[in-house]
Design a protein around this ligand. Structure first.
Ligand code: UTP
Length: 226
């Protein structure tokens, strides 16, 4: 089957420096799996820092987004290098649009962001639709979906399973549409997984086992949206 991975920039580059351990273990899991993959990388803190600096210099939101997209592509290139280094049959070039991803025969294709105004969550679902993925795995610094930010609200409710409607309602309340802002999962992305009935898994990038279980559709400690 085809699986699409939305890999948060927060997992690829958690502290201003790429996490080689994370990239290596992701490559290991992909090599082991019988599935085919589309990977969409986020920009993380680097994207946010650059978008903020651009805005401070009078750049438009369009320009701030464009700069942030460059960070997502930088991360995509690192993922390609990590997969190639592990001997995986990855398409060697960074893909820039969804059409290009269709019909590629490699085990893995990798993309960064595409157009200003959306996020890599949305790009991930579109890539999934383009390659015919039936499962999406969101890998980030959040271990599951909560009804409010668990870093702010200690009694936030954690979901192990939820419906598309519940996810859409949570995403609606946190949608600010600004470069580098944090959503649970972008509202548009939530609507797209609902229309395609993609089985969506939300897991922490800190645990290799969690990622593996989500990729293979097995039980994990994150959230499953169906
Ligand atoms: P993301 O917000 O999707 O990546 O893209 P992230 O920061 O890695 O996600 P998390 O926070 O770890 O989950 C970073 C920024 O790049 C721009 C947006 O400004 C977005 O906030 N972007 C990304 C676009 O404008 N278009 C795209 O297609 C992708």
């Amino acid at each position: 089957m085809h699986v699409v991975l939305s890999v948060g920039g927060s997992s690829i580059n958690p502290k201003g420096e790429p996490d080689l351990g994370f990239l290596t273990s992701l490559a290991k899991l992909i090599k082991k799996s019988k599935n085919k993959f589309g990977i969409l990388t986020g920009g993380g803190s680097i994207a946010r820092v650059y978008a903020k600096a651009a805005r401070a210099l009078g750049a438009s939101e369009y320009e701030a987004d464009s700069i942030a997209i460059t960070s997502t592509k930088q991360n995509a290139q690192l993922v390609i290098a990590a997969l190639r280094n592990a001997g995986i049959d990855v398409y060697p070039k960074l893909i820039n649009d969804f059409e290009e991803a269709r019909g590629l025969l490699n085990k893995v294709v990798v993309m960064g962001g595409t157009i200003p105004g959306i996020t890599t969550d949305t790009d991930a679902v579109l890539l999934g639709e383009a390659i015919g993925a039936t499962r999406l795995v969101n890998i980030s610094n959040v271990d599951a979906i909560y009804d409010s930010d668990p870093r702010v609200n200690k009694s936030a409710k954690r979901y192990s399973k939820m419906s598309y409607e519940q996810l859409i309602s949570l995403a609606t309340s946190s949608d600010k549409r600004k470069a580098g802002t944090h959503f649970v999962f972008d509202l548009l992305a939530c609507k797209l997984i609902a229309r395609s009935k993609m089985e969506a898994h939300f897991v922490s990038g800190k645990s290799e086992k969690e990622i593996e279980n989500a990729i293979e559709g097995k039980k994990h400690n994150g959230t499953v949206v169906i």
